[in-house]
Design a protein around this ligand. Sequence first.
Ligand SMILES: Cc1cc2nc3c(=O)[nH]c(=O)nc-3n(C[C@H](O)[C@H](O)[C@H](O)COP(=O)(O)OP(=O)(O)OC[C@H]3O[C@@H](n4cnc5c(N)ncnc54)[C@H](O)[C@@H]3O)c2cc1C
Length: 408
Amino acid sequence: MRTERAETVDRRADVAIAGGGLTGLALAAALGRAGCTVAIVEQAPLASLVEPEHDGRVTAVALGSQRWLASLGIWEAIAADAEPILEILVGEAGSPSTVHYDHRAVGREPLGWIVPNRTLRLALQAAVFDRPEIAIAAPARITAVAPQPGSLRATLDDGRSLRCGLLAVCEGRFSPTRDLLGIGARRFDYGQLAIVATLSHERPHRGRAVERFFPDGPFAILPMRGRRSSIVWALEARKARAVQALDEEAFAAEVEERFGDILGGIRLEGRRWYFPLVLVEAERATGPRVALVGDAARGIHPIAGQGWNLALRDVAALAQVIADHTALGLDPGDPLALERYAAWRSFDGLALVTITHHIDRLFANDLEPLRLLRNLGLGLVEQLPPLKRFFMRHAMGVVGELPRAMRG
Ligand SMILES: Cc1cc2nc3c(=O)[nH]c(=O)nc-3n(C[C@H](O)[C@H](O)[C@H](O)COP(=O)(O)OP(=O)(O)OC[C@H]3O[C@@H](n4cnc5c(N)ncnc54)[C@H](O)[C@@H]3O)c2cc1C
């Protein structure tokens, strides 16, 4: 097990990063590349985060995110495990209306890639390990933060301390350091659990992802390398607990019941994972010498597979703002840099919070007028190619004011 102690952390870093998950590691890699010194503080031993038992999820990596990973040389370690998404079918159970997104309508590149989270974590860890400009304290937590002239002082739970120009909080949606800093967050509990599992199946998936909406939650099946797919099944918590109690065979039968037999016979590979679904939105994205990044700024419903793509746009934007400031000899925690970051990221964040929340609420309802409205909406999108292309480009993360490394 690789356990990084805090020896190198008892010093000054340009940027301290609280949280060494997908977002914190990506930010460290980008800032290291931009010439900043970085110290990561992660509560878990780093090796535990890449154990197969830690996280059985996959991530739909959008084209913009893939471009960013490629620009940092990280994609090379991911590509062999990444399955291109060529088509997406979206529909409602019991309704004939379906929207069919085909990557060929917007170009030659795939709509995105399905990548196991473990592959992402391994590649990102490899990108930050053994880099002289990146120090890692793990396992460790920040217990106090105090302003100093021209810096912040973070005290760690092992008694060490760290001075930094900027503290980037990447601790996920329930971030203790965000609380410590007195930044409040709005929460909405969806009352759902996301059930995640990997299936192997008889027929090839042909790069097709499918999302079907049921009144008790959306069900997605995502193509992985080979004849394998990952399911993300968001279900009312009470029903999810009943599903949790099913043995493998009964679980596979439930999945087939929801999904039909388009992939032929299916078999569960490995265990199932359960994630409570809660929307968390921080009341602000910055504070004095502080930036919230990724799920710590807002953690959204996984209905559109956009949470980490949104987080990577935070990462790329913050890294660019800091690189531009430090190139002028300015400090990374400069209020103008933080203002620029907060202003840049507010619309994208708010848009995805609103869209994912309302899609879930719109479909989590069996009322007839809403059902009609949904059918009408899906039918309309299917009939209007420009609208379809607009949605596709958004999902691919290639619209809006993109950081340089995501533009392609
Ligand atoms: C079921 C499901 C499916 C998803 N699918 C997709 C998808 O297809 N595409 C997509 O883009 N997104 C998806 N997401 C969202 C995505 O997983 C998150 O956006 C992403 O994991 C956020 O990463 P993060 O590093 O910001 O936060 P986290 O993953 O929560 O990581 C936070 C890190 O901080 C550490 N930490 C916490 N507290 C402390 C502390 N006090 N001190 C030190 N360290 C601390 C934790 O140990 C952890 O390593 C999905 C989410 C779910 C639940």
